[in-house]
Design a protein around this ligand. Structure first.
Ligand code: AMP
Length: 228
């Protein structure tokens, strides 16, 4: 059954980690709007030039730009069997537009990953990525307990994301509260909405997400007479 899933949650809640795992397990694309924007900035495209400063300040990039990116990405053939969207929607206007893109497709499953603010700040302060391919650095990137310096996939340098700087993180958390947290209210009455505790270890959070997705799909199948 096709799986159209969005991960909600504050920066640092674990959306990216969980989205990668789930997309790999279900063999559907992981669509991270933050990663797409970082590529546009790195390649100095027209979109990258619009987004650069807003991202550096921790602000959101304009809805119009984001809708163009997402509509194009979800219309590609590899997204026909579904997708895991990570970092989109982030505003009610984006959520409304996404509902429009979903007409004629299986309904969105919405997973909201929550964690307390101190934990988000702690995680973002220690997060590192590959400066070349943009992938999150994992413990595998550091040998025998030493901090990683090179990406295990492409050999690129391991760096801190510039917007994980503590001042920018504070701004991103404020922006999240103001613009993105209202999405929980937007979605929470849908039968396809599930709240997930983001505090346990990543494996446990992943298992909780799989259970939530199975549960939603079984309910849908039961209601429609389809098979899961
Ligand atoms: P992320 O990697 O999801 O934390 O995104 C990094 C940055 O990209 C955010 O702080 C925003 O500046 C921008 N961004 C990513 N997704 C969106 C979105 N859906 N709407 C607006 N800005 C976004």
């Amino acid at each position: 059954m096709a799986l159209n899933l969005i991960m909600l949650g504050a920066p640092g809640a674990g959306k990216g980690t969980q989205a990668v795992r789930l997309a790999r397990a279900r063999r559907i694309p992981h669509v991270s709007t933050g990663a797409i924007l970082r590529e546009e900035v790195a390649a100095d495209t027209a979109i990258g030039r619009i987004a650069r400063e807003q991202m550096a300040r921790g602000d959101l990039v304009d809805d119009g730009v984001m809708l163009g990116i997402v509509e194009e990405r979800l219309s590609r053939p590899d997204a026909r069997e579904g997708f895991v969207l990570d970092g989109f929607p982030r505003t009610v206007a984006q959520a409304e537009a996404l509902d429009g893109f979903m007409v004629g497709r299986p309904p969105l499953i919405v997973v909201d990953i929550a964690a307390p603010e101190e934990e988000l700040i702690r995680r973002l302060a220690s997060r590192r990525i590959c400066g070349a391919c943009g992938r999150d650095a994992t413990p595998l990137d550091g040998a025998r307990g030493r901090a990683a310096t090179r990406c295990s996939r492409c050999g690129g340098p391991i760096v801190q994301r510039t917007d994980d700087d503590v001042e920018v993180v504070r701004e991103r958390l404020k922006v999240y509260q103001r613009q993105t947290a209202p999405l929980v209210e937007y979605y929470q009455d849908r039968p396809t909405f599930r709240a997930i505790d983001g505090m346990p270890a990543p494996e446990q959070v992943a298992a909780a997400i799989v259970r939530a997705v199975d549960d939603v799909q079984q309910q849908r199948a039961a209601n429609s007479g389809d098979r899961p």
